[in-house]
Write a protein that binds this ligand. Structure first.
Ligand code: PLP
Length: 392
């Protein structure tokens, strides 16, 4: 007798759709001719000194579990880094948890916070995991659309309008995947005031905060009055240090929240891999130079992409950070799915349809510029040709 998914799979899982990015990239697998601006990860390998630290650690035979919270040396390095970079002080002994990427930290945070039916507000278009992670923790996802006329930045008034007595948490991500949006300080401060007034916990995913261009500022919401005690600050090594495959991230939060997340982590993951934790210590101690070189390379590529979008007459706001451009393809009258699929068929360029990041991404395309300048130039020639053919 074969397994009946309706009967045997949890209803919670049946309700959750597959990631739109994954669906799209299955079409690309096995096609060598495709230029991909799709996958959201650095095209650089982790800097050599980081890989070498991992190799030496293995040579020393460091293959054990670590403390559930993570290596104390890494927590101390994080405490120093977060204090210097974000002006936030956390106690390495009790307020920092090392996780398997920010992905795990997001899951732990929602599971630690939510009772069934609690609402979580998040801004959209957004990273694909937020909505399902909330639903998997039995929460109710409440999307607040950000708008192209505001360069996809979040407005405090829109957050205020979404708050109900059931609102338990607010998920923020600046700079933002998929739009590259940033938020100005005054707006963030107004959102912080709302969080305090309505007793809302904020999850602040700051994984792209180092990747900023043209002097754009970054402030963590946790720095505003009354916020550190209600914020879970999420960060990791995947983007700025090009360490996606190491799978290491962290959550900084008040002790009670850290303890709650640690309890789940302890029984589900036990600890992040020791090799990755050692590599992460090296990234924080000596990684600033290579990280800055990568950031400069992204800045150059961003400018290249923006000038080529302008030449092709494709509207695209200048992203303040991350490594994504989010051009507006509405003038073609095509859905973002149709645009992306036909672009792949006709020109062999893979970009992610904007609606993969939520309904408010419809009419846009995510182009990741973590790719070589040669690939970007060629991709832009093809995208420009395709757009001209289809624009009405
Ligand atoms: N948060 C955002 C906004 C992301 O874009 C990503 C990955 O693309 C993640 C979290 C996951 O990061 P990690 O590799 O640390 O799990």
């Amino acid at each position: 007798m074969s397994l009946d998914p309706q009967r045997h799979l949890a209803q919670q899982i049946q309700k959750i759709p597959r990631s739109g990015i994954r669906d799209f990239f299955e079409l690309v697998i096995g096609r060598d001719d495709v230029i991909s601006l799709g996958v959201g990860e650095p095209d650089f390998s982790s800097p050599w000194h980081i890989r070498e630290a991992a190799i030496y650690s293995l040579e020393r035979g460091e293959t054990s579990y670590t403390s559930n919270l993570g290596l104390l040396s890494l927590r101390e390095a994080i405490a120093g880094y977060v204090s210097e970079t974000f002006e936030l002080r956390y106690d390495a002994q009790s307020e920092i948890l090392i996780t398997v990427g920010v992905s795990e930290a997001i899951d732990l945070a929602f599971r630690a916070l939510l009772n069934p039916g609690d609402e979580v507000i998040y801004h959209e278009p957004c990273y694909v995991s937020y909505n399902p992670s909330i639903a998997l923790a039995y929460g109710v996802p409440v999307a607040v659309a950000t708008k192209p006329e505001n360069d996809f930045s979040l407005k405090a008034a829109d957050v205020a309008a979404a708050i109900t007595p059931k609102t338990r948490a607010l998920m923020l991500n600046f700079t933002t995947n998929p739009t590259g949006a940033v938020i100005d300080r005054a707006e963030l401060e107004a959102i912080a005031k709302l969080a305090v007034e309505h007793d809302i916990v904020v999850l602040s995913d700051e994984i792209y905060s180092e990747l900023r261009y043209e002097g754009t500022d970054h402030t963590s919401i946790a720095t505003f009055p009354g916020m550190k005690e209600r914020t879970i600050f999420l960060h990791g090594f995947s983007k700025a240090f090009a360490m996606t495959g190491f799978r290491v991230g962290y959550a900084c939060a008040p002790q009670a929240l850290t303890e709650a997340m640690m309890k789940i982590h302890q029984y589900s993951m036990l600890c992040a891999p020791i090799t990755s934790q050692v590599a992460a210590v090296e990234a924080l101690r000596h990684g600033a130079g290579p990280a800055e070189e990568m950031r400069q390379a992204y800045a150059h590529r961003r400018n290249l992409l923006l000038s080529r979008f302008a030449e092709a007459g494709i509207p695209c706001f200048a992203p303040g950070g991350a490594f994504y451009a989010f051009p507006d393809i509405r003038a073609t009258g095509m859905t973002s799915q149709d645009f992306a699929r036909q672009l792949l068929d006709e020109e062999s360029v893979a970009c992610v349809p904007g609606d993969a990041f939520g309904p408010s991404g419809e009419g846009f395309l995510r182009c990741c510029y973590a790719a070589s300048t040669d690939s970007l130039r060629e991709a832009m020639t093809r995208i420009g040709r395709f757009y001209e053919k289809h624009v009405s």
